[in-house]
Write a protein that binds this ligand. Structure first.
Ligand SMILES: Cc1cc2nc3c(=O)[nH]c(=O)nc-3n(C[C@H](O)[C@H](O)[C@H](O)COP(=O)(O)O)c2cc1C
Length: 216
């Protein structure tokens, strides 16, 4: 049950103390992101790792001057692919074939199923779908950080256009969807450091469907 203690320990930190995060811990958080599940296994987003202080200072206004941006040790920018090209799908098939030592042609059915499912979606639907996959990884990252006893703040409070522009994301076929600040809490400055966690009670959050009487 240690993971529940860790998940209770974590909170969306508002003030950080500037301490660096050891590379091994940072790498474990990144590996957890890489291991996050995604629809069809496509992983249709990139994660930009920004430790450079100068760049974080430049980005700060675009993230509405939230203090964690500068007081933390790093920013992870989750940037969803604007579309899923046939080339990306083919690269994925090649990755499966290489990893599992199989013939890429044997994956044609799977490839065509993916391409057909993309054809019936609008560009906006594809981007939103990609963004949802990035959010799963954002969740993994917050949990992994907690397991490493590293603090983090998931953030949507930023100007997408400004962040995209600073990081030249549009040119790369990407758009920022969420940002995770990584670092260590400053207990003295952070008014939320010792605040009890606010969550809906389990009784109204979860509904147990025990028998068919619950079903229409
Ligand atoms: C997608 C997402 C976006 C968020 N954006 C911000 C943000 O921009 N700034 C911030 O301080 N907290 C942000 N939060 C933190 C939430 O307010 C916080 O997770 C929530 O109130 C629950 O509290 P806890 O995480 O501290 O337990 C965000 C959380 C999520 C999941």
């Amino acid at each position: 049950m240690n993971y529940l203690q860790d998940l209770n320990w974590r909170y969306a930190v508002k003030r950080m103390n500037g301490n660096k995060v050891p590379t091994s811990k940072m790498n474990n958080i990144l590996e957890a992101i890489r291991l996050a599940p995604t629809s069809l296994g496509l992983q249709p987003f990139d994660v930009l790792v920004i430790e450079d202080q100068e760049l974080r200072e430049k980005m700060s206004p675009a993230i509405y001057n939230q203090p964690q941006v500068i007081e933390g040790a790093a920013l992870l920018v989750f940037a969803a692919w604007k579309n899923v090209s046939e080339e990306k799908v083919e690269q994925y098939m090649q990755n499966i074939a290489n990893t599992r030592n199989s013939d890429v042609a044997s994956l044609d059915g799977f490839k065509n199923m993916i391409l057909d499912s993309l054809k019936v979606k609008t560009p906006s639907e594809i981007f939103q779908w990609n963004a949802r996959q990035a959010y799963i990884a954002l969740g993994y990252a917050t949990a992994a950080a907690a397991f490493e006893k590293v603090d983090s703040t998931p953030m949507e409070g930023f100007s997408v256009d400004a962040v995209n522009q600073i990081l030249s994301l549009e040119e790369k076929g990407l758009s920022a969807v969420s940002i995770l600040a990584i670092g260590y809490r400053d207990e003295e400055k952070d008014f939320l450091a010792n605040a009890p966690k606010v969550r809906r009670p389990a009784e109204s959050f979860f509904t147990l469907y025990e028998n068919t009487a619950e079903v229409a």
